[in-house]
Design a protein around this ligand. Structure first.
Ligand code: OAD
Length: 284
């Protein structure tokens, strides 16, 4: 798979030599942290006592829980205002990792970016809508929680920006089409993942703890001949098992980890690919 070169240079060589042409990139909250959006499970993440407490939540893990949204929608919409509204206004910009994904697209080798993120920074980075699957939904659309009427997202953000709960003309709360715990994944995800994962010849995983299913299971569904690269602060998923199980390490022929900040990993790959000039030319 990597011609015996089981490292990031082997991955870069495979791309440069045209052996990897159908790259699937799985992303999570860690890729947007350097833009100013906290992740979920880090000590200062959205699920931490500190951040949760700021929004009056005794159990911050419930921030994206559907039952909680029905009960008390305020904390969720305050999070929307503080964390996601700045993307809408353009105050928060895409990170080097988003730009790298954009370059994979420009070079014609991006099969798909499956993101767990709802910040839509992919769109700000110029990644085409058809190349992105928002596996946990997004703020691109919304609807009334009672009558199901499609939301006007201008009105939605207007309400959020003044820290009120967006309301439908029927008087009920309007929610964005993000996936809350207790809900199924969007149709676009179920329609595409099987074929994409089968075709994928290089899998890149970045900025995710890989603990939320079914998303995390995509990593194990690629073909045995598919190379896999992790760009993340911590070793997660199969890459974590390499740390723990020596026999796995000895048999490894396709898995590479670039541990550290996503931005550093992305830039290292940009350089190894010889894409630095294209990167600098991206006008975002
Ligand atoms: P997590 O917060 O669980 O994981 C973020 C990962 O990114 C961790 O492994 C961090 O170590 C890593 N990380 C953070 N900052 C980083 C940086 N600057 N550079 C490199 N790595 C960094 O976030 P997700 O895996 O995205 O679901 O969480 C998955 C899902 O859990 C979310 O989509 C959300 C949440 O519940 C729903 O809301 C449905």
């Amino acid at each position: 798979v990597l011609g015996g070169q089981v490292d990031v240079e082997g991955i870069a060589r495979g791309i440069r030599e045209g052996r990897f042409k159908k790259v699937v990139i799985l992303t999570g909250a860690g890729i947007s942290v350097s833009a100013g959006i906290p992740d979920f499970r880090s000590p200062n993440g959205i699920y931490s006592k500190e951040v949760g407490g700021r929004y009056g939540m005794t159990d911050p893990a419930k921030a994206f829980d559907l039952a909680q949204l029905h009960e008390n929608p305020k904390p969720f919409f305050s999070i929307c205002r503080d964390i996601f509204y700045p993307v809408r206004t353009g105050a928060i910009k895409p990170t080097p990792m988003h730009k790298l994904i954009r370059l994979f697209q420009e070079k014609g080798v991006l099969l798909r970016n499956y993101t767990q993120n709802i910040d839509v920074l992919e769109s700000a980075a110029g990644i085409a809508e058809e190349k992105v699957i928002c596996a946990h939904g997004s703020f691109a659309s919304g609807r009334c929680m009672s009558c199901n009427r499609a939301a006007d997202m201008e009105d939605f953000w207007q309400a959020v920006s003044i820290n009120s709960v967006p309301q439908c003309i029927c008087g009920s709360t309007v929610r964005p089409d993000v996936t809350f715990f207790g809900e199924g994944l969007p149709k676009r995800y179920t329609d595409h993942y099987f074929q994409d994962i089968k075709e994928c010849d290089l899998l890149i995983v970045a900025g995710t703890s890989l603990v939320v299913y079914p998303f995390a299971s995509l990593v194990n569904q690629v073909e045995p001949k598919t190379a896999r690269l992790l760009i993340n602060r911590d070793a997660v998923g199969v890459w974590k098992s390499y740390e723990e199980v020596e026999s796995l390490r000895e048999e490894n022929y396709r898995d590479v980890a670039l541990l550290g900040a996503c931005d550093d990993g992305a830039l290292q790959l940009v350089d190894l690919l010889g894409w630095r000039q294209d990167y600098e030319n991206l006008n975002l």
